[in-house]
Design a binder for this molecule. Sequence first.
Ligand SMILES: [Fe+2]
Ligand SMILES: [Fe+2]
Length: 191
Amino acid sequence: MLCLRSATQDQWLARAIANTREILMDHAHCERKAATQALMLLGRFPDAEALVGPMLALAREELEHFEVVLALLRSRNWPLDSLIPSGYQAQLHAHCRKQMPGKLVDLLLVAALIEARSCERFKLLSEHHPDPELRAAFRDLLEAEARHHATFVRLAHNWADREVVRARLDELAHAEVVILEGMPPLARIHA
Ligand SMILES: [Fe+2]
Ligand SMILES: [Fe+2]
């Protein structure tokens, strides 16, 4: 699915369903972080004109998602707490090159992979979670995350040829599989 090089295991789904509050809290943090990361890219690469429109739109949409997930938590009387991050994002970012233009290409492709993994896992939750309201919420969100994945890959083409983007995305997708395999068994969207 998308550019991913592995399918999520059944154990992840069972853990997510058994720890729904934690998964929703993590999901809320993911949406807020996605908005923050989009704005951070604009701050780090202020001359990258092609990023401006898509990142502003993405930040707005991720903030809307954040509100949706906060409402799901509130309606269940589950206050949002801070969570220990799984380390997934940090480990993916460690694979990014340090020099331009590879640096920006990699940051965009890592963002694309994070969106792809969210999308894949939201699909599982939209099909298998016992709570119909949550199934519907995940179904609504997964379409947007698939679109965000495509946006990040498309943007990378501004700084690298098509073949280079394809090869690098594949390398990073393989790294993502290794990172996931080494994750602690936490109830997180990306663990
Ligand atoms: Fe989102
Ligand atoms: Fe997204």
